[in-house]
Design a protein. Structure first.
Length: 264
C-alpha cells in the first residue's frame, strides 16, 4: 500500500506561515511560499499540500496567484484548500494546474456543490474534516458545526468522495503526535482514503500511520515538524522506504493509485 507524505505550505498575506491550533494570533512566518515549495520537492516530496489561510477566513480564494506560482514552479502534484466554496473557484484552480481541491466549510453547508464537483472530477476533490473532540469545525476553524466527523464522512462517501483529510485540531501545531485511531476509524467507516493531519512529530509517527495503509490511512500532512527541523524530510522518506509514492490515494481502504493541517 502506498503512503504519501505531504509537506504543508500555509499562505497568509502572501507569506508561508504556520499557525498553532488554527489560531491566527499564534503565527510564525517562514518566508516565500514558492521557495519553500521548491525546497520540499528538492528534498523528495512527491505531493504538496497548500492552504490559503486568508481564503479560509474570507470564504473565497485570496492567494490564488501565489498558489499558481507554486504549481508552475514544481513538477509534483499540488492539493489546495482555503476558501473554495463555489464550483467556479474549484474549476479555476483545476485550470491553473492544481491536481486536487479541498472542500471544508462547503462540504458541510453546500451538499449540491460537493455532488457537482465530485461528478465532474472525483479524483480532483478531497474533503477536509477538521474536528475538535470529534465535532467538525468550519469557517477557518472558528465555528463548531455540531456535526460528528464520522457522520459527515459517511455522508460524503455516499456521495462519491474518495479522499478525506482528517485534522485533529487539538493536535495541530503542537507536536503532540497524530490521532492514529481516529484516522483508522474514519477510513474503516467510510471506505475512503484518509490523509492524517495534525501533531506529527517525527518519523516514528509517520511509520505508525503508514502501518495502517491497508485500513485506508494513505498519507500524512506535515507542517511544524518540518519547519522547526524536528523532522528531516529526506530522512523520513528514506525511513518509510518503498511505502511512499507519488501517485496519491484511491478511494477505499483496499487499494491505492499510486502534521498538521490548516483551516479549509
Amino acid at each position: 500500500m502506498r503512503f504519501t507524505l505531504y509537506p504543508a505550505i500555509d499562505i497568509r498575506g502572501g507569506q508561508c506561515v504556520r499557525l498553532v491550533q488554527g489560531d491566527y494570533g499564534r503565527e510564525t512566518v517562514y518566508g516565500d511560499p514558492v521557495a519553500m515549495a521548491k525546497r520540499w520537492v528538492a528534498e523528495g516530496a512527491t505531493w504538496l499540500h497548500v492552504v490559503d489561510l486568508d481564503g479560509a477566513r474570507e470564504g473565497r480564494p485570496v492567494n490564488a496567484d501565489v498558489v499558481t506560482a507554486i504549481v508552475r514552479a514544481v513538477d509534483v502534484p499540488v492539493q489546495v484548500g482555503g476558501g473554495i466554496r463555489t464550483a467556479e473557484a474549484a474549476r479555476a484552480y483545476w485550470d491553473r494546474g492544481v491536481r486536487r481541491v479541498i472542500l471544508g466549510t462547503a462540504a458541510l453547508e453546500d451538499r449540491e456543490l460537493v455532488m457537482r464537483l465530485l461528478s465532474e472530477r472525483a479524483d480532483g476533490v478531497a474533503v477536509g474534516l477538521d474536528a475538535r473532540d470529534g465535532i467538525v469545525a468550519v469557517r477557518g476553524w472558528q465555528e463548531a458545526s455540531g456535526v460528528r466527523a464520522l457522520d459527515l464522512g459517511r455522508q460524503l462517501a455516499a456521495l462519491g468522495a474518495q479522499t478525506l483529510i482528517f485534522t485533529d485540531i487539538a493536535r495541530d501545531g503542537t507536536l503532540a503526535g497524530p490521532n492514529v485511531s481516529a484516522c483508522v476509524e474514519l477510513a474503516r467507516a467510510t471506505g475512503c482514503a484518509v490523509i492524517a493531519s495534525g501533531g506529527v512529530r517525527h518519523a516514528s509517527d509517520l511509520e505508525a500511520l503508514a502501518a495502517r495503509a491497508e485500513d485506508g490511512v494513505r498519507g500524512a500532512i506535515v507542517g511544524k515538524a518540518l519547519y522547526t527541523g524536528a523532522l528531516d524530510l529526506r530522512a523520513a522518506l528514506a525511513r518509510l522506504g518503498g511505502r511512499t509514492g507519488a501517485a496519491g490515494e484511491a478511494s477505499g481502504g483496499a487499494q491505492a493509485n499510486g502534521e498538521e493541517d490548516a483551516p479549509c
